[in-house]
Design a protein around this ligand. Structure first.
Ligand SMILES: [Mg+2]
Ligand SMILES: [Zn+2]
Length: 189
């Protein structure tokens, strides 16, 4: 595929971005989306850009989450979205602990480059929405627009921006605001 034929994607963090983050969700029974998530993603889907999930799941490496449970959780996420005509083009997760020093755990960029390679995505035309410092750093490092959502860890992350230690392309109070930002930008293309 020629680079000119590639288009962007909307990379999405999971915990604290699509769903509340109580820490190490280990069962689909405990997995629920934020009330606004479906509406925001429906709005985003009008851009025609595909969604790709990129999530750190060190609970696997720490022995707190079974890999089969994580698959069941992601099946539930798929189902919750599919009911509304929404599709994730890919789900990428890092199962490692920080101590393992892998290249996929955000703020490292391995999941983004792998997804771009496998899905034919142009990173420079892409966006990343996440709530943590690691999401913003990974987005900036890989050259996608970094969008901080102030749910989950987002308010803590915003403090790093306000004190000049971190920069993001946009900060939104919630997923709906972030969606609006992207939809408006894409409308100008
Ligand atoms: Mg998160
Ligand atoms: Zn990893």
């Amino acid at each position: 595929m020629h680079d000119s034929e590639k288009k962007g994607a909307i990379f999405l963090d999971r915990d604290g971005t699509l769903n509340p983050d109580p820490g190490y969700i280990d069962s689909p029974d405990d997995y629920e989306l934020y009330p606004e998530t479906v509406r925001a993603l429906k709005n985003l889907s009008t851009t025609g850009l595909p969604f790709i999930l990129v999530t750190n799941q060190s609970g696997i490496g720490r022995g707190l989450i079974e890999e089969t449970a994580l698959e069941a959780i992601h099946n539930k996420l798929d189902t919750l979205l599919n009911q509304h005509g929404l599709v994730l083009l890919g789900i990428y997760y890092c199962p490692h602990t920080p101590e393992e020093g892998c290249n996929c755990r955000k703020p490292s960029t391995g999941m983004f480059t792998q997804a771009a390679d496998e899905q034919g995505v142009d990173l420079t035309s892409s966006y990343m929405i996440g709530d943590s410092v690691a999401d913003v750093l990974a987005a900036n490092a890989v050259g996608v627009q970094s969008i901080l959502v102030k749910t989950g860890n987002g308010q803590r992350t915003e403090r790093e921006i306000l004190n000049g230690k971190l920069s993001a392309d946009f900060v939104g109070d919630n997923l709906s605001e972030c969606a609006e930002y992207i939809v408006n930008l894409e409308a100008q293309r």
